[in-house]
Design a protein around this ligand. Structure first.
Ligand SMILES: O=C(O)CCC(=O)C(=O)O
Length: 206
């Protein structure tokens, strides 16, 4: 376990290879079900460089708010958050000494040339943000360069490589730090996953 800042914690190899294989199969099934993965258009009209599938509540990338149906896309009701995935997120967070009652997961699929711009996650309830209830993410597939900054966009950034099976927790005083994924290290996924690209599961408490 490596604490980059208080509450910003990297947990390398949190998942065994067998758990990763099982989770990738789950991601593929969830992603191809109704209300599965799609490529969102964001506020301003640009397209994201990842595919998105939300569980529990849908994060609307045009309005930056959570909702029960995907009103920016196809109007479908969001898939529920499976209880075993919520339990897995709790297990990660508890390993850091923090707590979470996860009710949302943003599953993203990064193609080999995918990425995610620097941003803060601040669309959850104000009480959740004020309490520093963490976000927890699980990485599967190709390794990603993950950047963690400060509380303003221009502050210095630390780069961490998130490999398949790693977890990262951003909570407590770090809950609102800027973070993003400038790119993947293509071709680094464990062969057993048979995956070109990367799934990320980002669990949150609304
Ligand atoms: O893919 C990652 O590791 C980060 C995901 C992320 O920043 C987010 O879902 O807000």
């Amino acid at each position: 376990m490596h604490e980059i800042h208080p509450g910003a914690i990297h947990l390398p190899s949190f998942l065994s290879l067998d758990e990763q294989v099982t989770l990738v199969a789950r991601c593929r099934a969830l992603g191809s079900a109704p209300a599965g993965l799609y490529r969102p258009t964001v506020r301003g009209g640009g397209r994201m460089h990842v595919d998105l599938c939300c569980l529990g509540m849908h994060w609307n990338p045009v309005e930056y708010r959570y909702e029960a149906v995907r009103s920016d896309h196809d109007g479908l009701p969001v898939q529920p958050l499976p209880s075993d995935l919520a339990a897995l997120a709790r297990r990660v967070v508890e390993a850091t000494g923090m707590t979470i009652a996860p009710d949302i997961c943003l599953m993203t699929f990064y193609p080999e040339d995918g990425g995610l711009g620097l941003h803060q996650d601040k669309d959850e309830r104000p009480e959740t943000l004020a309490a520093g209830v963490p976000i927890v993410s699980l990485s599967l597939g190709d390794s990603a360069r993950f950047r963690v900054g400060g509380f303003r966009r221009k502050e210095p950034l630390e780069t961490v490589v998130l490999a398949s099976g790693d977890a990262f927790v951003l909570g407590g005083p770090s809950r609102l730090r800027y973070h993003g994924v400038p790119g993947l290290l293509a071709g680094t996924a464990p062969a057993a996953l048979r995956l070109a690209g990367r799934f990320n599961l980002s669990f949150r408490q609304y």
